[in-house]
Design a protein around this ligand. Structure first.
Ligand code: ADP
Ligand code: ZN
Length: 494
């Protein structure tokens, strides 16, 4: 079999060797074990299921979240001479009928469909008529509430194991914390799955995270200057920011295209194509951009504002350097971003794309804590990090010095924070405590008459953002705890 596998790899893909865990995942699929494979973006997940589809009898069914991406994948496969199809609502009735006939006739090896399509009666009936070789769940983290991209339709996929017992189910994703991994296995009812956990650390990426100065344009153009004629993505928080940054770069003579959900479909698609095909090098986008971008030579990803979570950050920065060459990820953040994201969460309700207050706090903590970025990310995703200095992040390169003003005041501000929390009976959250200490008059402060406390404004010179940051650090250090329905702060015994 091993020879057959290598032969197929060479014949259809032109490669002569495997990347980490590809061979294991392929073997697991061929041996009909259930499988959960976690490989970083660009790690080569598709090949892990496309190759075994060619070596098994029957049709491999690939569940994928985005209709827009299916066509590209299928076109690519067809070009390599592989019999792949997709079925989705963007096709006409006639075309769908024809594809169904092909499936019944047994000439299709790989079928891409959306989760909502898979669970329809007609689709299930069709699949029961033919031989299905195995099921693939791509972007499997979408099934989990704990993930950052929860999709309700994915929950229905538990049907697969109920209705097609004995057929292998193989889940793939790029980022999955321990909770998400366990949830995927539970939700899909995987049976004693083989789990392959690729290294999450992207060694070829250099991370730099720094406070945004004003609108950040100077910092952004400084990065662009370093990478003349190379490809990069600039992520913004809002559509209006995308428009503004894009226009200002154009004004400076820097060619770029915008991308956000508010643009007409045709324009959005055209802009994505131009970027993917290398006709334009810089795209300014909201996080709507990126899924399935098949450009491997992206040299930098700039976050002009904070992303929503560490998971989002990992995924978005993961689009840089898929070719393995050194690439740079720069994030500009501010306390205002944090507040805006917090507000958006409150407006969006509980599962705003899998984001949550806890995840946002973790990200803010990541921004502010001067520890090795590679080490932090690796540990966040549940893996051990060995080695002292990565040599590829602002902290290890000794660049992350700006926290200075806050550090100098360290002890004093910590004491004031603790005293203020105790003086208000440990009943209030980080936001309110920061308001008091920074002397920001708010509705809450007014309601409780906290402007009369001796702590009101004692840390005014730090500014509210820095006080808030100091509180988050103290939580991290185990000096403070957050809990209860109101997420109020309390002082720990340490
Ligand atoms: P993922 O889905 O994990 O993000 P892809 O499947 O899109 O990654 O693969 C990323 C790139 O790596 C593709 O261009 C693919 O052809 C290439 N690739 C995959 N496997 C190998 C391999 N064994 N050797 C060389 N290149 C590979
Ligand atoms: Zn480091």
């Amino acid at each position: 079999m091993k020879e057959k596998i290598l032969e197929t790899l060479k014949k259809y893909w032109g490669y002569t060797s495997f990347r980490e865990f590809q061979e294991e995942a392929i073997n697991s699929i061929l041996e009909e074990n259930d499988t959960l494979t976690i490989l970083p973006t660009g790690g080569g997940k598709s090949l892990c299921f496309q190759l075994p589809a060619l070596l098994t009898d029957g049709l491999a069914v690939v569940v994928s979240p985005l209709i827009a991406l299916m066509k590209d994948q299928v076109d690519g496969l067809k070009e390599s001479g592989i019999n792949a199809e997709c079925l989705n609502s963007s096709q006409g009735i006639k075309e769908q009928k024809l594809i169904s006939l092909k499936i019944e006739a047994g000439v299709v090896k790989l079928l891409y469909i959306s989760p909502e399509r898979l669970v329809t009666d007609s689709m299930r009936a069709l699949l029961k008529k033919i031989k299905v070789s195995f099921f693939v769940i791509d972007e499997a983290h979408c099934i989990s509430h704990w993930g950052h991209d929860f999709r309700r339709e994915y929950r229905e996929l538990r049907l697969i194991k109920e209705e097609f017992p004995g057929i292998g189910v193989h889940a793939f994703t790029a980022t999955a914390t321990k909770e998400v991994r366990e949830d995927i296995i539970k939700q899909l009812k995987l049976k004693d799955p083989h789990v392959y956990l690729g290294r999450v650390d992207r060694k070829n990426l250099t991370y730099r995270i720094t406070k945004r100065v004003k609108d950040g344009m100077k910092q952004i153009t400084a990065v662009l200057d370093k990478y003349k004629d190379e490809a990069g993505i600039i992520y913004c928080l809002k559509r209006a920011d995308v428009e503004a940054v894009s226009a200002r770069l154009a004004f400076k003579g820097i060619k770029n295209l915008p991308y956000h959900a508010g643009l007409p479909d045709a324009v959005r698609k055209a802009n994505q194509d131009e970027f993917s095909k290398g006709k334009v090098n810089i795209i300014v986008a909201t996080i709507a951009f990126g899924m399935g971008i098949d450009r491997s030579n992206i040299r930098f990803v700039i976050h002009a504002a904070m992303p929503k979570s560490v998971e989002h950050y990992q995924q978005e920065t993961g689009r840089a350097g898929r070719d393995g060459l050194p690439s740079e990820c720069v994030m500009l953040y501010s306390y205002a971003d944090f507040r805006l994201l917090e507000w958006m969460l409150e407006q969006g309700g509980a599962d705003a794309g899998g984001a949550s207050k806890e995840k946002l706090d973790a990200l803010f903590d990541f921004c502010q804590t001067p520890v090795c970025r590679h080490a932090f990310l690796t540990k966040y995703f549940g893996q051990e990090y060995s080695g002292e200095s990565c040599g590829a992040c602002d902290c290890c390169l000794g660049e992350a010095a700006e926290g200075g003003a806050e550090e100098g005041q360290g002890d004093d501000s910590a004491r004031n924070i603790v005293d203020c929390i105790l003086a208000t009976d440990e009943k209030f959250g980080a936001d309110h405590i920061s308001n008091i200490l920074a002397g920001e008059f708010s509705e809450g402060v007014s309601k409780w008459k906290h402007q009369e406390l001796p702590y009101y404004g004692v840390l005014g010179s730090m500014g509210k953002g820095a006080v808030r940051g100091a509180i988050e650090r103290m939580i991290k250090q185990g000096l403070l705890e957050r809990g209860g329905a109101y997420r109020s702060l309390s002082v720990t015994s340490s």
